[in-house]
Design a protein around this ligand. Structure first.
Ligand SMILES: [Ca+2]
Ligand SMILES: [Ca+2]
Length: 732
């Protein structure tokens, strides 16, 4: 199946990391804080460039020729806060932060540390706040005139960002004027003396008594309609330093975040108090993402990041699941995420952001944070816990014997016929950590009675160059190996599928040399050498050749000359399928090889026309066809070789949710198609692995992680694996 279909699963599984790392710049300016003197407002918005704008209680002031910002507590207990994240240059060991401040009539709040201060945090590359936080800069309560305060701090080894938050912190009243923020890299010797503050020195918070609205909404103005009286910005929301705008369309207002340059983070910031007794929350937003190009890590996309904060303002791990958009939404879409709240959490830090993307536009409206029922989440957490099982040690005495091809069938060395029947277990082809793979394999073999698992994998994950990998592929290769052991320990077979598309490349030859060497003496392992070839001739399919590819598609193409268009095209030399077979046999691996045909591994007609592969002295070759409910001409594309070669239906399935890339009317009803598909498989005694034993990879065999069979496909497959007979009523 096409890779994009499994994307949904990818989105849902990237909740593991919550990174907030900006990469350090090498040419450090004298001060790391640009516009630290608050003089520039190039956008003319009435607020200095590069500084986040508090939703209320802040103004940009002019005194003679000097600009500064003023924070003003308008009601008792208020926090007025400017937020900024500053990348730390490579090699910086210590920093000096100095700020000129002036306070007037600051009445401290109910704790001694509820005052005028600059809070400082270090963050690592994953956005985790490093503990302990450095000592804050604290101003006197009524300085009368400007005073310059500074602090010298050591940079922790893992720190990549400095978080700076000048604020009036839960004070009763008063004003804080700020100017000339200077952050400089200094010799660490000068910073040694200043130890971090003792635990408890940071200001504690408490849970608030109740939600803002009877519906349980914890944030005001989530629809962005109300304007702050002293800023051209929606009330209640901190304005991003750059790239944020307030828009109106079709009678509603919303906020737009736009990336200015590759690697930019554009971020709204809001601290949401968590009411007493809160056990679970749901964040919902209506959003529209366009022109999105993700950054270099999989989680560099459009997302609402969230953190729990404890009474001391420290982050609590793990963070809530971010609500993310990894691709364009094609218009407004509503999405939500639910999560349990740790007992010690008193506030939720909410950061809708374009996070280190290449480019993109993120429109946000109707954000709500609501209390939700914790029971289903507790049940879900228990379930997920039960899915994460340990690998099994190899039990070689249970492993099945290597198979070989005779005619159209497969046999053990003792000439017992084995017919491979099972399912695809997906996720290792799009996520290096997979999704509950080991438990899923157990269920597929033990409960569904599969005797063969098709296991899609990817060469870049194998070699450790895939997204999110930093261990050279060690963990991935171990997981693949653990998966194979889990299946082999149950006497079943694994069809290791290199899940790539179009035509083989040189790196796939490299992959098979290594994988074949590793599994050449493993009787349970068969090799599916290339998932879905398409868009090439049978000549190139078998023997290799030049494969032309369009480098990029763009609207602007319409304006290009024919010559310019040609330049945009590029291609590669494919070694062809035979080269993959040769590579496997050259390392001494005799394992049965499966080879997918053309048209996304549907069409096997070329095999009948002289393009069969030379199996080069191994245990044989079987041909793989992927049959979905829009494929026609089974006789001409599949049955045409059925009396001469063994066939595996490596993927098949139907889903009532129509695929977007195929006209809807060409996609047959699963309830008529599924029994006939199984009838075809049984009539011709094909080997087969149904797609997919994963609740998000369409067409789905299971509805959820309880492995509930889907009524339209999974139940038919489960019945067939249990021995039920299906009659082929008609060919398609
Ligand atoms: Ca100034
Ligand atoms: Ca709105």
């Amino acid at each position: 199946m096409k890779r994009s279909i499994c994307h949904f699963a990818l989105l849902s599984s990237l909740l593991l990391a919550l990174p907030l790392g900006l990469h350090a710049q090498s040419d450090a300016p004298p001060s790391l804080a640009t516009n630290g003197n608050f003089e520039n407002d190039q956008k003319g918005v009435g607020w200095p460039d590069d500084w986040s704008r508090p939703n209320k209680g802040a103004s940009w002031e002019l005194d003679g020729e000097n600009h500064f910002i003023r924070l003003r507590a308008e009601e008792p207990g208020q926090t007025v806060l400017v937020h900024r994240i500053i990348p730390i240059p490579d090699g910086a060991k210590a920093l000096e932060i100095s700020v000129r401040g002036r306070t007037t009539n600051v009445q401290k709040g109910s704790q001694p540390w509820f005052d005028a201060r600059v809070m400082i945090n270090f963050k690592d590359k994953d956005g985790h706040q490093l503990q302990p936080a450095p000592k804050p800069i604290v101003f006197s309560t009524d300085s009368g005139d400007w005073e310059t305060k500074s602090v010298r701090i050591l940079v922790p080894e893992d720190a990549v960002n400095l978080e700076l938050m000048p604020c009036l912190f839960q004070v009763e009243s008063g004003t804080l004027d700020l100017d000339d923020v200077v952050i400089q890299v200094i010799d660490p010797a000068g910073a040694q003396a200043q130890a971090p503050p003792p635990p408890g020195a940071s200001p504690p918070m408490t849970r608030s008594p109740k939600p803002l609205t009877p519906q349980g909404d914890l944030i005001s103005n989530g629809n962005f309609e109300a304007l702050s009286p002293d800023a051209r910005w929606p009330d209640g929301w901190n304005r991003p330093a750059t790239g944020g705008s307030w828009q109106e369309e079709a009678g509603t207002h919303f906020v737009r975040l736009e990336s200015g340059k590759p690697g930019d983070t554009v971020l709204l910031y809001r601290l949401v108090p968590i009411p007493e007794g809160t056990e679970a929350l749901e964040i919902t937003t209506r959003a529209r993402v366009s022109d999105l190009k993700r950054g270099k890590e999989p989680w560099f996309d459009a997302r609402i990041m969230a953190n729990f904060k404890d009474a001391n303002g420290q982050r609590i791990d793990p963070a809530p699941t971010p609500l993310n958009f990894a691709s364009n939404t094609e218009g407004w879409k509503t999405r939500s995420v639910r999560f349990l709240v740790p007992r010690e959490a008193v506030a939720l830090e909410l950061m809708p952001s374009l996070f280190q993307v290449q480019s993109g536009r993120f429109d946000l409206d109707e954000i709500t944070v609501r209390l939700t029922d914790p029971q289903p989440l507790h049940a879900e957490a228990e379930l997920i816990k039960s899915l994460n099982i340990d690998p099994e040690p190899p039990r070689r005495e249970k492993w099945p014997e290597a198979l070989h091809v005779v005619g159209t069938k497969l046999y053990t060395p003792g000439n017992r016929e084995v017919r491979l029947q099972g399912v695809n277990v997906d996720s290792l082809e799009y996520l290096a950590t997979g999704e509950h793979v080991l438990r899923t394999l157990q269920v597929a073999v033990d409960d569904w009675k599969a005797n063969c698992i098709r296991l899609p994998v990817r060469d870049d994950f194998w070699f450790g160059t895939g997204p999110g990998q930093h261990d050279g592929g060690v963990a991935y290769r171990k997981l693949v190996d653990d998966a194979i052991t889990m299946v082999a320990n149950r006497g079943a077979y694994v069809l290791l599928d290199l899940h790539r598309f179009r035509a083989p490349r040189e790196e796939h030859v490299t992959f098979w040399k290594e994988a074949a060497k590793k599994y050449k003496d493993h009787g349970a392992v068969l090799f599916d050498i290339f998932n879905e070839p398409h868009g090439i001739s049978w000549e190139v399919w078998r023997n290799g050749g030049y494969v032309e590819e369009k480098k990029q598609a763009g609207d602007e193409d319409a304006f290009l000359s024919a010559q310019e268009k040609q330049k945009l095209r590029s291609g590669f030399h494919s070694p062809g399928m035979q080269a993959l077979v040769d590579a496997i046999r050259q390392v001494g691996a005799k394992n049965i090889i499966a080879a997918g045909g053309l048209d996304w591994a549907y069409d096997l007609s070329g095999i009948a026309e002289g393009y069969a592969l030379d199996e080069k002295g191994g245990n044989g070759i079987i041909y793989s066809t992927h049959i979905y409910n829009w494929k026609r001409d089974w006789a001409g594309k599949v049955l045409v070789i059925a009396d001469r070669y063994p066939i595996i239906v490596g993927e098949c399935g139907a889903d009532p949710n129509k695929m977007t890339f195929i006209p809807a009317e060409n996609q047959e009803d699963p309830y008529t198609w599924s029994p006939d598909m199984l009838g075809l498989i049984q009539k011709y005694q094909f080997q087969w692995t149904a797609f997919s034993f994963h609740p998000k990879c369409t067409p789905i065999l299971i509805l959820d992680w309880r492995y509930t069979p889907s009524p339209f496909w999974g139940q038919f497959v489960k019945d067939a694996l249990a021995g039920k007979r299906f009659e082929l009523k008609r060919l398609r």
